[in-house]
Design a protein around this ligand. Structure first.
Ligand code: PLP
Length: 393
């Protein structure tokens, strides 16, 4: 394939899709280490294989600490958050259960729940949020039923960036023996996550966003005392004579050869995050968001959707432009201004219905660690020009 040159010079404001570019010190070392240690770990006793296994164990330990879990073996790797959420949702429900979720969810939650409901396995409700796109714990409580077994809740919205009051939701669930699964796809790496303080029973994470790893790696953590059913089986590298999948964690929820490259990436990224500080990265991104949002709020013809405060918020802002389709705004930003954003429903249709932005959606600007004030100023200038030239009806 012939790859066009110069495309990497884009002003990248699509970090909620994946953080780009990743710090070179993570990516370069990841490739070096994979070249050296990229054998199939956990399968044999030769030294290279043992080192690969140790790297994986060390990464389980890092991520367990990162989420304030207690047992590194309960940190299981998966392809991404979607994969992990499927493992958790299918592994935690039984026939006849009611599941409560929210309108803030990504399709990686909405679709598995809809499939289970369509097959008459569960019933489910998506709790509406307030005008500020935050969950009201009382509203959440009103949707709980006697047979509610599971709650699946988005920690941070990929559309409008609101962070949900998990501690309170977690307390409500724990008091009623309802299992709480949290989707941390947008928050892990920028917002603090404490499984114990937030009463989280299991969480799903993705490696390629603010955790700063490559694509293709993610995972989940399940707290002790919670049993996730085995829904997939295959090779584990150990106890090969046993005819069924292994019951013990982490094997229980992992099948086949591990993504060693991705796990090494996460390992190095954890070291990087520890050195830079999650809070410092978040502060940098939020400072840029404040500048961007404040300017967007002043542009005639531009509407900022969802939340406009900076508290409990991720560096994401969703807008529409009067007289222009969001897809056209995205194309103009790209073609005329060299700015990459995401348009449409961003895989989260229910929150757009809630905000009245369905079916065309919004234009989403999302900030990452590599963005600068110049990037933000270019976006402000571009959106101002696009709004000013919009047809007036
Ligand atoms: C809130 C949320 N949940 C889940 C996902 C799915 O993540 P992945 O595509 O890495 O599986 C995303 C991806 O954008 C997301 O924003």
């Amino acid at each position: 394939m012939q790859i066009p040159t110069g495309i990497e010079n884009v002003i990248y404001l699509d970090n909620a899709a994946t953080v780009y570019p990743k710090p070179a010190e993570i990516m370069d070392r990841m490739l070096d280490m994979y070249k050296k240690y990229g054998v199939n770990p956990g399968r044999s006793g030769f030294d290279l294989c043992l080192v690969g296994g140790e790297l994986i164990a060390a990464t389980r330990a890092q991520l367990t600490r990162f989420f304030n879990g207690t047992d590194p073996n309960r940190l299981c790797f998966a392809h991404n958050a979607s994969d992990a959420l499927n493992i958790l949702i299918h592994g935690l429900v039984n026939e006849g259960d009611h599941v409560v979720s929210t309108v803030l969810e990504h399709n990686s939650v909405i679709r598995p729940l809809n499939h289970l409901a369509k097959d008459n396995v569960i019933t489910r409700d998506f709790v509406p949020c307030g005008a500020d796109c935050r969950l009201d714990p009382d509203e959440f409580k009103r949707h709980l039923r006697k047979n509610t077994r599971l709650a699946v809740v988005n920690h941070g919205s990929n559309v409008i960036g609101t962070i949900q009051p998990l501690q309170e939701i977690g307390r409500l669930c724990r008091e009623r023996d309802i299992l709480l699964v949290v989707d941390t796809a947008q928050t892990a790496g920028v917002a603090p996550i404490d499984m114990q303080a937030m009463h989280i029973d299991a969480l799903a994470f993705t490696g390629h966003k603010s955790l700063l790893g490559p694509t293709g790696i993610g995972g989940l953590y399940v707290r002790e005392g919670v049993t996730v059913k085995i829904t997939r089986s295959g090779g584990t590298g150990v106890k090969s004579a046993y005819p069924f999948h292994l019951e013990e964690y982490p094997y229980r929820l992992e099948v086949g050869t591990s993504n060693t490259l991705g796990i090494i990436g996460l390992h190095l990224a954890q070291e990087y995050l520890a050195k830079k500080g999650v809070a410092a990265i978040y502060a940098h991104e939020m400072q840029l968001l404040a500048r961007l949002q404040e300017a967007f709020l002043r542009i005639d013809g531009v509407t900022v959707h969802g939340a406009t405060g900076l508290e409990d918020r991720l560096p994401v802002v969703s807008v529409t432009v009067r007289g222009r389709d969001p897809a056209d705004v995205g194309s103009l930003l790209d073609v005329d201004h060299g700015i990459a954003t995401r348009t449409g429903l961003q895989c989260a249709p229910l929150i757009h219905e809630h905000m009245g932005t369905a079916p065309r959606g919004t234009v989403r600007f999302s900030i990452g660690p590599a963005n600068t004030e110049q990037d933000v100023d270019a976006a402000i200038e571009a959106l101002t020009a696009i709004a000013a030239s919009a047809p007036r009806s």
